[in-house]
Design a protein around this ligand. Structure first.
Ligand SMILES: NC(=O)c1ccc[n+]([C@@H]2O[C@H](COP(=O)([O-])OP(=O)(O)OC[C@H]3O[C@@H](n4cnc5c(N)ncnc54)[C@H](O)[C@@H]3O)[C@@H](O)[C@H]2O)c1
Length: 361
């Protein structure tokens, strides 16, 4: 397995990435010196596919496993679901040193992570991500949260896992649309940090989408290494970590405008990255050719790069975005492939021009 390190002092942990290595989970967990109790949290979809296997791998390594399954869906990433898991953990006698193991995509990881952060003031958390988005992004870096009726991820905190264990073979059962949505975050890493990685993605995109093990391993490992590099410099998003929000300002506005019903998260981010690249090109920060490279790669991954919603509605949502500074949204804008900058002073006219350029004609 590829073994990466998230260097965060006493909160450091390993990110293990393999293909067909789920059976090694128990022995790897043993190295963490947890108590023998594990609360395995998953959802019905992932539970049906992998629940029994993970339970038996853990039991074979001597763990007593309590198993909690939620319904599938973002609408269950709530405080009510967290409360139901707390009840289950109390009833099944989970003690403090036992761990919570999140088996699933980003929804399960964020929710189970939030439970681990808060149950008895914090119990160990193990992330076993099974969607591409969770493997390259949400399981790494320690942001855990539940949604509030007034906003996504409004209730949350930073809480690092003790281990991330990703078996890429689990992606074989992931719907193709989810693979493509996860690729948006992968492409983002190339743009914000590593032009060589972007070149690699251009060269191998179809093989990656076909889940060929060698290129897939390289893709997930490099993505996690980039995220680890950024998070280890700025764990709590005081500065550098904000660059991970490339594409998210307009992406979030699109998700919110469509009530989270139209786009998978990665799809909205793809359209948001295309719009941010137009904005950067419009103010002369980015060569048009670099914008075209990004748009072409997103299109090859069959991700959206244009949209048709009233500019007024999008502008209204942008003015409410969490990242607003003095009434103006803060954009992460590319300077070239591999380098971005956080730009606070973007004028409304520039944003409207970029939205116009990305409107589906
Ligand atoms: N914490 C962070 O840093 C961070 C970063 C990005 C996104 N997120 C959060 O992640 C969530 C989105 O995550 P996601 O895209 O993984 O969505 P998700 O968890 O809803 O998973 C997508 C779908 O794939 C299914 N699935 C997962 N693994 C599977 C597998 N191996 N085989 C078959 N089906 C499988 C799920 O059941 C679900 O239906 C959002 O709530 C978002 O806010 C968090």
């Amino acid at each position: 397995m590829d073994q990466l390190n998230m260097p965060l002092g006493e909160r450091s942990y390993q990110i293990l990435i393999g293909f067909g290595e789920l059976d090694k989970l128990g022995e790897r967990l043993r190295m963490l010196n947890l108590a023998d109790r594990i609360c395995l949290v998953t959802n019905t979809t992932v539970g049906n596919l992998y629940g029994d296997r993970v339970k038996s791998v853990l039991a074979d390594s001597g763990y007593a496993v309590s198993y909690y399954e939620l319904p599938d869906g973002e609408e269950y990433k709530t405080l009510q679901s967290a409360a139901a898991i707390y009840d289950f953990m109390v009833e099944t006698g989970m003690e403090r040193a036992g761990g919570v193991l999140a088996l699933g995509g980003g929804v399960v990881g964020d929710l189970a992570g939030f439970v681990a952060a808060t149950y008895m003031r914090g119990v160990p958390l193990i992330q076993v991500p099974t969607s591409l988005l969770a493997q390259v992004d949400s399981s790494v870096g320690g942001k855990v949260a539940v949604n509030h009726p007034r906003g996504k991820n409004l209730i949350g905190c930073f809480y690092q896992p003790g281990l991330v264990f990703a078996d890429l073979q689990t992606l074989k059962t992931l719907p193709e649309r989810e693979i493509r949505a996860g690729m948006a975050e992968v492409i983002k890493y190339g743009v914000i940090w590593d032009s060589t990685f972007f070149d690699f993605l251009e060269l191998h995109l179809e093989r990656i989408l076909n889940l060929e093990p060698d290129v897939l391993m390289e893709t997930v490992s490099r993505s996690c290494a980039i995220k680890a590099e950024i998070v280890s410099v700025d764990e709590r998003e005081q500065g550098l970590r904000a660059i991970l929000n490339f594409g998210h300002t307009i992406g979030h506005a699109l998700e919110s405008l469509t009530d989270y019903q139209v786009y998978r998260h990665g799809e909205a981010i793809a359209a948001g990255m295309a719009a941010a690249a137009s904005l950067a090109a419009g103010r002369g920060m980015l060569e048009a050719a670099d914008r075209e490279r990004l748009v072409a790669l997103l299109q090859r991954a069959r991700l959206p790069v244009s949209f048709s919603y009233p500019t007024r509605d999008l502008m209204e949502l942008l003015s409410h975005d969490k990242k607003v500074l003095k009434g103006r949204p803060r954009f992460v804008l590319p300077l070239r492939i591999g380098r971005v900058d956080v730009c606070p002073g973007v004028e409304d006219g520039e944003i409207m021009a970029a939205l116009f350029e990305c409107s589906a004609k």
